[in-house]
Design a protein around this ligand. Structure first.
Ligand SMILES: [Zn+2]
Length: 249
């Protein structure tokens, strides 16, 4: 049954919806790492794309969100391009700038969070304020001030550059309050109401990628409806590169 049925206007057809972006799953080889357990304490399983399918949205509501999937795909492709440009064997390139819609990325993560909770594959499907989450996702309600996307500059041994991993965040009440998505090694946190700390960069301006031995910078800028709340994060590629993700400093 469509999880947005409370908004009305459902179509009769239920789509088989990948709760992560289909093109991202394909780009990373058709699978994703998914963890439903507590942050840093749980198991992570790699699931094939076909297993990450749930009948959770009707065609109409699924189609309404397709621009979010497209923007998430652009994010992943941009990060892959930057990664390739800084490879040891790559011919040095000039600086470049990519501008992405931060609000769309933020809503895409909310879509992933709601979808993960509805997929039946997690330890718990209990999401805080589910109705409000759905209303915000479809633009029927404003984002509460304590919700939203932060960059999470935290080194994590599970990162692999050419991949994607999701971890749901559980509160002491056992309910899901957020999602950490590692997109090509870049950790993003979507909170629906709990948890900030000094390391989090809420609504960041973007990320500057640099290389220890080259002058060019690759800039990923995030556009928000108002000014970004926090500045740019810097990641640098060390030399020689051993296959680890960009290291924040
Ligand atoms: Zn629907």
């Amino acid at each position: 049954m469509c999880y947005a049925r409370g908004l009305g206007d459902c179509s009769h057809q239920i789509s088989r919806e990948h709760y992560t972006t289909r093109n991202i799953l394909i780009a990373m080889g058709g699978s994703a790492e998914v963890s439903g357990l507590r942050w840093l304490k749980g198991e992570t399983r790699r699931l094939p794309a076909d297993a990450i399918v749930a009948k959770i949205l009707c065609d109409r509501h699924n189609s309404a969100l397709s621009p979010l999937d497209a923007e998430a795909g652009r994010l992943f492709e941009t990060l892959r391009e930057f990664d390739a440009a800084f490879a040891d064997t790559a011919v040095p390139t000039s600086s470049s700038l990519a501008v992405l819609n931060g609000s769309d990325i933020e809503r895409w993560l909310l879509k992933c969070l709601i979808g993960a909770a509805h997929s039946g594959g997690l330890e718990t499907s209990s999401l805080r304020e589910l109705d409000r989450c759905v209303a915000v996702l479809f633009g029927e309600a404003d984002w509460p001030s304590t919700w939203g996307l932060s960059l999470f500059p935290h080194r994590d041994s599970e990162h692999s550059y050419n991949g994607i991993a999701f971890m749901t965040m559980l509160g002491s009440d056992g309910r899901i309050w957020g999602l950490v998505a590692s997109i090509a090694g870049i950790p993003l946190l979507l909170s629906v109401g709990i948890g900030t700390n000094d390391r989090l960069r809420f609504h960041p301006g973007g990320i500057v990628f640099s290389h220890a031995k080259r002058d060019a910078e690759k800039v990923l800028a995030l556009a928000w409806p108002t000014d970004p709340t926090s500045g740019f994060l810097s990641f640098t590629r060390s030399v020689p590169y051993g296959g680890e993700p960009f290291s924040p400093f």
